[in-house]
Design a protein around this ligand. Sequence first.
Ligand code: SF4
Length: 445
Amino acid sequence: MNDLEFRQQVLDTKSASFCAAKWYNATIWLGSGQTTSCHHPPAHSIDAEEIKTRPSAIHNTVEKKIDRLNMQLGNRPKGCEYCWKIEDMGRDAVSDRVYKSKIYPIEALDEAYTTPHQADVDLRTLEIAFDRTCQFACSYCNPAFSSTWVRDIQRNGPYDSLVSDGRNHFTHAHDSAQLYRFGETNPYSEAFFKWWETDLHRTLQELRITGGEPLMSGETWKLLDWFRTNKGRSTTRLAINTNLGAEVDIDRLLDATKDISLDLYTSMESVGQQAEYIRDGLDYSAWVMNLVRLMECGQLRSLHVMCTVNALCLDTLPNLLTAIMRWKYQYGRDFPSFTLNILRFPSFQSPLVLPDAIKLRHKNQLQEWLDCWGSDPLMHEHERNHVQRLIDYLDIVKTPHSDAFEQPKLHNDFRQFFTQYDQRRGKNFTATFPLLADWYNDLRI
Ligand code: SF4
């Protein structure tokens, strides 16, 4: 069954908004005590009192139970706008609710659909962030997820004059993202490790550790130690999101996971100096070296490149995709695989802020790339679909996500942000993105 058939025959026959991620998947940030279903809907707070007696409440929150009821009734939860926007493009578009649901057995989907919405559900896939320690400060990230971003704000103050940033991502150090100091007891971490010991290590199919940069967090190494000292107790597949920066200790990682079946995820969406501009802190050559080393070592189960598609990456995204296809020919179909995730926030860095002529140029480049590689046997179906949906997105969708959709505001913020980003980080927008230079210089602020 292909992706579209899965949507039509399995999901839509339950309800037009059913998505199994609402039951079986969670992202949980232990530093801030927040959770969401997949990484698209906004996060909400976990009840710190409830988890004292019921650790599974770090996933089974009241908010998620209301969303589950809505999905059973065929209503669209507002937080899942990412998927609705894709589906409303028509053209039989396949949104993430397909990919996030088809990883579970059909019976599990039936069970979720018929389970009373108030019931607690055991997680099957979990993405967890222990803290926000990270040596990078990417342009589309913010202090909630990066300690280096915190230092930018603490040292240089808030970013000024951003008018579309309703969530104030760039104006303060996001102290609420790290509610407890290192050394203090974090009740959310306690609940997680308690639930892990009693149930999660048996019920979870996949545990994915994210950050910050998780390989800089002591809790990640603590969990890896658990796997080492409890060999055979858990069949949970372990996955780690890592930026694979020069500072990441690959030797330690390989040593700590030599008896573990590990899937590795890393972020990248362009190449060379453009990549280093977007992902501040990155040394692109070091990233390639680390990636190649991990593909050569033969120890990993799979390696995935996650591309966060933003306004700045489109020029060299096809080059990265070509490099990925070449690596596949050297190391195998899953070394690496890739996903294209279209950036929603901050809205002013969405590809949709670009002028139509530049969007058209990028769309045509991607179409040429797909014409060249689309029928390659090493390409996964989801990879082909992701490229096609980005082409459609650049072609059809006119307004960026979020309530701040007024293009003049977004253009103001684009120029304001990158002017200040250049000053704070010692960068040069127009030299790095010559294709955008004239448009950028003409933006009014
Ligand atoms: S955003 Fe999409 S994939 Fe995520 S929980 Fe909502 S419907 Fe599912």
